[in-house]
Design a protein around this ligand. Sequence first.
Ligand SMILES: [Zn+2]
Length: 471
Amino acid sequence: MIFTHFRLNRFHFTVITSLIGLVLGTIGLPLTGCAPIAHDDDQSQATYDLEIPLFTNDQYEFKKVQISTLNNISSVSGQAAEFYYNPTVKNNVLDGTFPQAKIYKSNQGSLVAEDLKSLELLTLYYHFEKLMFFDQKMGVFYANSWPRKIGLEARVLDKNNRPSKNNARYASAFDGYLFESFIRPDLNLTVNGGVIAHEHFHSLFNKLVLIPLSQKFNSELPKSPEDPSHSDRAANDSNTRQLVKSKSYEEIKNKKIQVTPYLETIVRGWNEGLADTWGWVYTGDTKFVERSLSFEKSRDLSLNTQIIPEMNSLSFFMNSSVQSNSERLSYSYKLGSLHARMFYKIYLHKKKLSSAPDIEIRQEIAKLIVELLPQMVNSLFLLEEPVVSAALPIALLSQRSDLKDFCPDLVALVAKPDQIALNLSCETPSAQKNLSKTKLDKAELDTLKSNKSKSDNVNSQINADQKTSHE
Ligand SMILES: [Zn+2]
């Protein structure tokens, strides 16, 4: 559940990380007595019934579902997904051995997995097909190329060159997903619908936010704090920073800015928080992370919301040379959780006002996110300096007329909004022009530097968070 620097064969890259788990051991296979016919790899697309572990009634249990885009039963490949065991990377593309699944068609035409690996494959395929349809509904299908590529039993080395386990990742370097061996006594990540949707959202954030933003920054917005090209960027140049006033829109828009540890942490936090929200929207499971990683209690979206820290102390803390990459990494997940809980509260607010089915209200939250992403890009493009409030998503949401009733609750989630160069007033509909204004007052900064208690407060938050987010 952390960002990790790893190597796959000799390919060096960084990725956004997430979860792991195992369900198969705790649920057990439905060993039905239906007579297998034979493997059927006739390449024709059909609709199949199958039974997979699915989040239902607040737990995972076997449910009958359908898939309609599978082309090859043996390799479990089709329009939505294709799989590789022990994957490698060739020419920036995931490569490896196709599965030889033990799957039979019953006399009734249902697909029946004969072993756990085959059940994992069918379950993953079902989720990627459903996510593909969900992307179509949300208008973001175009962002990705399909079928999606998924590596299983991926051998990923951690920073100590040891094989990493119990993790799932989206890797932007080759636009694929990796699932490592899972050895925890929890729900396997390969069947955890929330985790699969979380990882899939990272691919959307990469295409719709990070790549469009890449031309704005003087270096790539990194996916990992261990990326060597960013590890030494600790110095804070706030002392010498001058806010240049009266620039034209075009000048501001085209001015490249530096990726600081602060900006890196904030953007990664948004990515993780929105991904957690996507995982819950898709499944309805607020505890989906904890279901596979039992130590991740704080990722539950239904927990109480907390204040988003104000910009000045946070940016000072993040840019300080004494903070380690792992501390910043840990903080990004904490920040992400605060945002995910905020979206859950918006859902509860909408639910009170609507008699629509639960899934439809959750999809309204997904739509909010889809509309938010380009707004975030636009706001970040207007940056003159590499400092932006961690509360930018809240500021953008507070401008929506459909959230007018909820606006005071949103604004209340931001600490000391008067110190943040964002217009968080619920009465003023057009704060957009101020969203990128990122003045750090020098006197305030000097005060911060001599005031240890502020950064110590943030520090203690991070230390507390680390206790719950590291294996
Ligand atoms: Zn993630």
